[in-house]
Design a protein around this ligand. Structure first.
Ligand code: HEC
Length: 140
């Protein structure tokens, strides 16, 4: 009986540990799908670095915010990065895609010019943001 309990305890702890580990480790394949689906309509993710509705995200990690020459950023965005210049890292990317408007008030990432235009609502799930940011980091 004791042996059986020990085995059951071992299995339970093992599974909980495994699930926890899975929760903490970013999944790049999921990140790719999520990024293509949530960001790809407006952002080129390839080395071609084309301007779409938003600036290209190839090599965005560690890039200075607001510095893609060919892209016309909103006044709100430019003013914000002029006052507080920064480079894109895990923490600020995560905060930006959770709620762009809280991070840079009035950014055009969430604004629609017309009823049919695309807009971005923010990524609400922690795990999804983590996978997206891990994938963005790999775009180099
Ligand atoms: C509806 C179109 C749209 C979607 C969808 C969208 N974005 Fe954006 N994004 C923009 C626009 C437009 C800007 C420029 C914002 C400004 O100038 O205020 C921008 C800016 C950015 C920047 C700043 C880049 C720089 O050069 O400093 C990052 C990073 C970014 N987006 C990441 C993402 C990620 C990651 C996703 C998906 C989770 C996403 N965006 C989804 C339109 C979009």
């Amino acid at each position: 009986m004791r042996m059986l309990l020990a085995v059951l305890l071992f299995i339970t702890l093992g599974s909980v540990g495994f699930l926890f580990w899975q929760y903490l480790t970013p999944d790049l394949d999921t990140g790719q799908i999520l990024t293509e689906n949530n960001c790809g309509v407006c952002h080129d993710l390839s080395p071609a670095s084309q301007v779409k509705k938003g600036p290209p995200l190839w090599r965005v990690f560690e890039r200075k915010a607001g510095t893609v020459k060919a892209f016309r950023y909103s006044t709100a965005f430019l003013q914000s990065v002029e006052t507080h210049p920064f480079r894109w890292h895990e923490r600020n990317l995560t905060a930006f895609i959770e709620d762009p408007n809280r991070f840079i008030p009035n950014t055009s990432m969430i604004q629609k010019q017309s009823r049919h235009e695309l807009s971005f609502e923010g990524v609400t799930e922690d795990a999804n943001r983590r996978d997206i940011v891990a994938y963005l980091k790999s775009l180099r």
